[in-house]
Design a protein around this ligand. Structure first.
Ligand SMILES: Cc1cc2nc3c(=O)[nH]c(=O)nc-3n(C[C@H](O)[C@H](O)[C@H](O)COP(=O)(O)O)c2cc1C
Length: 390
């Protein structure tokens, strides 16, 4: 079973991620993992931190001579900013005068709920862990899941569909989305130049006013065979697993599979993807014409591209802060401000890819099993043959 955990605080010494359950014999490309981490750091509207961090995944265990050995993988990502924080966030008792309090909770952040839950008198420790810096660790293990999926011919990428009110009006093909992967400069990771310009203007608007903006990313998983996930048990449905995984990302407040949102207001005839047959098409000849289902029916992948959208609320740290209350005095004050992003939709998309890749890798391993890649691929190819002969 594929399992993963992350640990680490935003301004601590490092983030750590653990992944267990990958078969032995999977080749690991360091460059690929670091590029994934770089992609998460891109995007117009990111804060100053992205300039000081250049993440790299240092693998500590589970990989030897360039390939997995079947034992748990641990990855360390250094926080380059630690040198500026080691006195204010020491592991030992340290000097309490150097502690950087977060005196007034930010509406929309975890500050107040977290401080109440853990009985902290202010929110520093809350934001240290609630912060989406943690998503870098997910992208690192997500990169391993992507390398595994690649062996099955599955690729997972994202693009930005909306920033604030600026939206991409058309559906983008896999080829378009795939074509953006090599870009050396990521603006808003939108596949359409005109829409991207409008999105940039949305960011400029909030930069000027000290506000922030949310948006929508779409993750597409290409060449996923039919049969991942199952309707047989509620907690094994692929749509449910994907929704939970993407929703777990910081600031994601809604998840949509395929045309899920508009489908609710449309007649069935306009929603459901009619079935055809062409012997040479896809995994076993069945065709669908369109993909409103987002590649999943009955909690099972149906052989079409999987499309999952994450809806992000606007960032809650505002340069022009909202009203709050001082933790100590309970007097009304402005919410705390600390260097912050104003738009993170492209970065959240990359973290979304990681969550989708980890979920698909888990479902693929549930179905095909295997302690070595040889065994997994043998089982996988046997299944592909079974589909062909169907
Ligand atoms: C990639 C990424 C970067 C983020 N950067 C910031 C940030 O700089 N400032 C901020 O206030 N929130 C940021 N957030 C959002 C917060 O982490 C999030 O709103 C907060 O942890 C509360 O969780 P919730 O929004 O899921 O309720 C970011 C989210 C993502 C996905």
């Amino acid at each position: 079973m594929l399992r993963y955990f992350t640990a680490g605080e935003s301004h601590g010494e490092a983030l750590v991620a653990f992944l267990s359950g990958l078969p032995a014999g999977l080749r690991i490309e360091q460059e690929f993992l670091d590029r994934e981490l770089w992609r998460r750091q891109q995007g117009y509207g990111r804060g100053g931190r992205m300039k000081i961090e250049r993440d790299t995944a240092r693998i500590l265990s589970g990989v030897r001579h360039g390939a997995t050995i079947g034992s748990p993988i641990s990855i360390l990502l250094e926080n380059k900013d630690w040198k500026n924080w080691q006195e204010s966030l020491p592991v030992g008792a340290g000097d309490s005068a150097k502690h950087k309090r977060v005196a007034s909770p930010r509406p929309g952040h975890a500050d107040l709920a977290g401080a109440l839950k853990y009985n902290f008198s202010e929110a520093r420790y809350v934001l240290e862990r609630a912060s989406a810096r943690e998503s870098a660790a997910r992208v690192a293990v997500g990169g391993l899941a992507k390398l595994f999926l690649r062996q099955l011919g599955i690729e997972v990428l994202s693009h930005v569909v909306a920033v604030g009110t600026a939206a991409l009006e058309k559906e983008m093909s896999w080829e378009h989305i795939r074509g953006m992967y090599g870009r050396e400069e990521v603006v808003l990771n939108c596949a359409d130049a005109e829409a991207e310009q409008r999105m940039k203007e949305e960011v400029d608007k909030v930069l000027k006013t000290g506000d922030s903006v949310g948006g929508i990313f779409e993750v597409v998983a290409h060449h996923v065979p039919p049969g991942l996930g199952t309707y047989a048990q509620w907690d094994e449905r692929l749509d449910a697993l994907l929704a939970g995984a993407v929703m777990s990302l910081q600031a994601v407040k809604a998840v949509e599979i395929g045309a899920g949102v508009t489908a609710a207001a449309s007649p069935g005839s306009a929603v459901h993807d009619e079935i055809g047959y062409d012997k040479t098409a896809g995994f076993c000849g069945f065709t669908r014409g369109r993909n409103n289902a987002g590649g999943i029916e009955g909690g099972v992948s149906n052989g079409q591209d999987i499309r999952v959208r994450g809806y992000l609320k606007p960032i809650s740290t505002l340069r022009r802060p909202l009203q709050s209350v001082d933790f100590a005095s309970r007097e009304p004050v402005k919410a705390a401000y600390e260097r912050s992003d104003v738009c993170v939709v492209p970065a959240a998309g990359v973290a979304g890819e990681a969550m989708v890749a980890l979920t698909l890798a888990r479902c693929a391993l549930d179905k095909f099993g295997g302690d070595s890649m040889l065994e997994t691929l043998r089982n996988f190819e046997g299944y592909l043959q079974q589909l062909k002969n169907y």
